[in-house]
Ligand binder design. Sequence first.
Ligand code: FEO
Length: 396
Amino acid sequence: MYCTRQITPDLTYIGASDRRLALFENIYPIPHGVSYNSYLLTDEKTVLLDTVDHSVCLQFMENLEHALNGRKLDYLIVNHMEPDHAATIGEIVLRYPEVTIVANAKTIDMINQFFAFNANERSLVVKEGDTLNVGKHTLTFVMAPMVHWPEVMVTYDTTDKILFSADAFGSFGALNGHLFDDEIDFNHQYLDEARRYYTNIVGKYGPSVQALLKKASSLAINMICPLHGLIIRKNIAEFVAKYNLWSSYTPEEKGVMIAYASIYGNTENAINVLANKLSEKGVKNIAVYDVSSTDCSFIIADAFKYDRWVFASPTYNAGIFPKMEYVLHEIKAHNLQNRTVALLQNGSWAPTSGNLMKNILADLKNVNLLDNIPTIKSALKENQLQSLEELADCLK
Ligand code: FEO
């Protein structure tokens, strides 16, 4: 059975959610599922805005057929070619052979890379600022390269002032009946997963996001329709403000994010002592994560959120504990900057993890790496409490 919702009299939500997938992009845990959003605009012409992942193809096709209500499909606008949105383009072309694909030249090249049919023969190639009139609605195309793929563009409906924003302003999480941000408590039920989605998927490309935000600031926007998650119509200014912070690597809040590795609990003990001291010194936001039990994507999200970090690791095979090393490389890969960072090392006979961690983080821009790296040899001792006290003083 079709499962759609009306957004405006002319615009229908025809996407679907997947609650079975364990790992989005085969890497990010999605305990609450994910939605693949697609939209059908019905005017003098019919316009499909992006498709969906293979996993929800049947539901999507049923939704599309229902929303078309017997009409033919005139246009498919492809804003983003990543397969979670583009995997079913081939199926669309088979079912609606008269459809014209509206996309930029890079996208057309990618369609030809991913699919066997020749996209050049059925495409309308658009570039920055081009418009497409489909009756009452006029659509404008705005290029958004490297948010987070090179071919990405967004589409702006100048008539209803709706921005179809591709991955931007998306979130992890299946849609549980709600479609609009004003149908839930946005800050408490939505923002954490929206942050984890943005920071991990798009976070590396802050300057590209800043460029898109600059272009979008000249548009009057009533509604943002992303490719994942809720449609934003109430919290537009607040969400854009969050994007502005995240994409400029500006901490969202004051707080200390602590990620530690611990083999037998001794490094963990030192971190718990440090966390107590931070709290006693008045630090309100303290987030403590064991890198072996918390997926890195949650740590990356909080690294974007807070202004101070602590990384603590045992020495392992004369190096950094592997799961901590992965976290640090991810921090570096996401281009994070503008933070204060403290390190703590453990090593029973030749502690080296502290300097090795420092070497990975040394290239980050505008990061204050504290010189004091407390060393634990096997287990924290009474005479080392002062060094944790001093570290806490530097971080409070
Ligand atoms: Fe949701 Fe970049 O794909």
